[in-house]
Design a protein around this ligand. Structure first.
Ligand code: HEM
Length: 290
């Protein structure tokens, strides 16, 4: 669009300081086109964000936050807590054209949290706007944040068609085939200076060694990677969904045994395990029980 804008303006000589009607009309068309293409990228203003698209696109902002419900929340009358899910759902609905929200129940699994949210948006400010409105709900204001991490999605860096064609083929050729996953894990990973000072070829070799043992788990573990270097105190947020905790345990063990692990300076801390629910279910369960 910028190119079109500049072309149109350099095409019309600056004959007078006032804008001619033709120039103004062309400018309006350009602005309309610009708005149109931005909306096409992010979904129209009133349509909900396309979930399948945003979850596979590069350049998407992801915010993970874990929460512990304050004791005072349970001093509210049950009638007040009963309305909490509707209030939160109204906020989810308000932001649905820019943001998708996934919710997980961690109570019973984690000491420091009762639930966590995973928020995706094409624009980080839209994710923040949702989280601000969420924290202004009765449920949100009674939830203390115990961890918060942000990152962005990217295209593959290493296991690409060009750099590692065989592994790329295996990686993209196998899809999840288990039952609908019930469990999710969020694990931050940070690598030290030694890792970042390896050559591109050395890092590629290490990532090939990483990928090889993981391929066997593609059928029962779903994975998603967020890059956080510079955006947060970690380098990566790794996210997994599975129904098979034994397989997940074996997968992580297989990665603990490879040289790449020596470069990790943070692994977990926290590892967050939750069950996958709708946000209404999470709010209801923690507000009034199941
Ligand atoms: C089904 C299981 C898994 C598969 C198929 C898998 C595969 C991959 C692949 C192909 C990459 C390279 C991405 C690229 O080319 O840019 C990668 C990166 C990464 N994986 Fe895994 N992985 C799995 C499980 C795990 C687990 C359990 C962890 C740790 C909790 C993990 C941590 C990472 C990290 C931190 C990176 C980024 C490394 C970097 O760019 O330096 N992965 N994974």
């Amino acid at each position: 669009m910028n190119k079109l804008f500049y072309t149109v303006f350099s095409f019309f000589p600056k004959r007078s300081l006032g804008m001619s009607k033709i120039t103004a009309t062309i400018l309006s068309i350009c602005l309309l086109l610009a708005g149109g293409s931005a909306m096409a990228q992010q979904g129209s203003m009133s349509e909900p964000v396309d979930r399948a698209k945003i979850l596979t696109a590069p350049g998407v902002f992801g915010a993970f936050s874990t929460y512990k419900i304050r004791y005072e929340y349970y001093k509210l009358s049950s009638a007040e807590r009963k309305g909490a899910a509707d209030e939160v759902m109204a906020v989810v609905d308000k932001h649905k054209d820019k943001v998708i929200v996934d919710a997980y129940l961690t109570r019973g699994f984690e000491a420091k949290s009762d639930y966590f949210l995973r928020v995706h948006a094409y624009d980080a400010a839209a994710a923040q706007a949702f989280l601000l409105d969420f924290r202004a709900t009765r449920f949100g204001m009674n939830s203390g944040v115990t961890e918060s991490l942000v990152g962005i999605t990217k295209a593959l860096n290493y296991i690409t068609k060009d750099k590692s064609p065989d592994l790329n083929k295996d990686l993209t050729g196998t899809t999840y085939s288990g039952d609908a996953p019930r469990f999710a894990f969020m694990i931050p990973v940070k690598k030290g200076a030694e890792w970042w000072n390896l050559t591109d070829e050395q890092r590629l070799k290490e990532m090939e060694t990483h990928t090889l043992p993981t391929l066997a788990y593609l059928g029962n573990v779903k994975r998603k990677l967020y890059h956080s270097t510079g955006l947060d105190d970690t380098d990566f947020i790794t996210y997994f969904e599975t129904n098979d905790l034994g397989a997940f345990n074996n997968l992580v063990l297989s990665l603990a045994k490879i040289p790449e692990n020596k470069y990790n300076v943070r692994w977990g801390n926290p590892v967050v395990m939750g069950t996958i629910h709708s946000i209404a279910e999470v709010v209801n369960t923690l507000s009034v029980g199941q």
